[in-house]
Design a binder for this molecule. Structure first.
Ligand SMILES: [Zn+2]
Length: 266
């Protein structure tokens, strides 16, 4: 996970929530009322009547831009299409009052991936695996909760960025026995084979040879430069959106390790 800094909600989203009753003809809140309008006549009628038209795709894009086009849980790259889930951190079924609370809304991955054999597979991690679960009491009586991508343990440090550690093969583990992190990994299936493989590829690209040798041959100055790169948003070309590097979380983890603990690690 990578900590998320929330922007202001899109102004037309605030208007849409305020106009909900007039727009939908009901006071009963339903997520399905926020949708894309594919009919130009309907869009024109709404604009004529209300002065604007807000659609689900507008919200999705705002959240994608806010997160630098990576999943709020696994940091997989996201594209601006319907494969992206608009995620309610507090599930709609459990906290209907937070259904349209912008601070409860994120984007996460879902949908089809192509496996090694070229077959399409449904990976079932992150949003698909969360399945309306936010917190549970485990068999040992301990209360555990999926880590909130907004939560901070200090002004500058996001809880989620201190809660996980990784190995050179791309596996993710909880940090220092962190029970919430262990539950987050288990419930969201963050050690799904596809995710491990993707993280290992990114790690190998960032530090060639690391997955074989376990050695990162960087000095502190180089590590600092790399860290700046992975912490920042990038634009591929003039027209594209600002994005974080895919699975930047694992590279950032090792770069911070170098900067805090050693000149080189092995
Ligand atoms: Zn994900």
């Amino acid at each position: 996970m990578k900590g998320i800094i929330k922007n202001q909600p899109p102004p037309n989203f605030i208007r849409w929530v305020a106009d909900y009753e007039k727009l939908t003809g009901t006071t009963s809140y339903s997520w399905n009322r926020l949708r894309d309008i594919n009919d130009e006549d309907t869009r024109t009628r709404i604009i004529n009547e209300f002065g604007y038209c807000f659609e689900k795709k507008n919200l999705r894009l705002a959240l994608l831009q806010e997160q630098g086009f990576i999943c709020c849980y696994c940091c997989k790259p996201l594209t601006n299409d319907k494969s992206v889930i608009i995620e309610h951190y507090n599930p709609r079924s459990k906290s209907p009052e937070n259904m349209f609370d912008y601070n409860n809304l994120f984007v996460c991955c879902s949908g089809i991936e192509v496996g090694d054999d070229g077959e399409q597979i449904k990976p079932k991690h992150c949003g698909d695996a969360k399945d309306d679960i936010l917190e549970i009491i485990e068999e040992n009586g301990i209360f555990v909760r999926i880590i909130d991508p907004l939560e901070k343990e200090s002004e500058e440090v996001f809880t989620c960025e201190k809660s996980f550690v990784y190995d050179f093969s791309g596996n993710i583990f909880e940090s220092n026995g962190n029970q919430n992190a262990a539950f987050t990994i288990k419930q969201l299936r963050l050690n799904h084979q596809q995710l491990i493989k993707s993280r290992a590829l990114v790690l190998e690209e960032a530090f060639p040879g690391i997955t074989e040798t376990g050695i990162i041959d960087l000095d502190r100055d180089e590590a600092k430069l790399y860290l700046d790169h992975y912490m920042q948003l990038h634009r591929d070309d003039e027209d594209s959106e600002l994005k974080f590097e895919p699975f930047c979380n694992i590279v950032i983890f090792f770069l911070k390790f170098i900067l805090h603990h050693a000149k080189t690690i092995s």
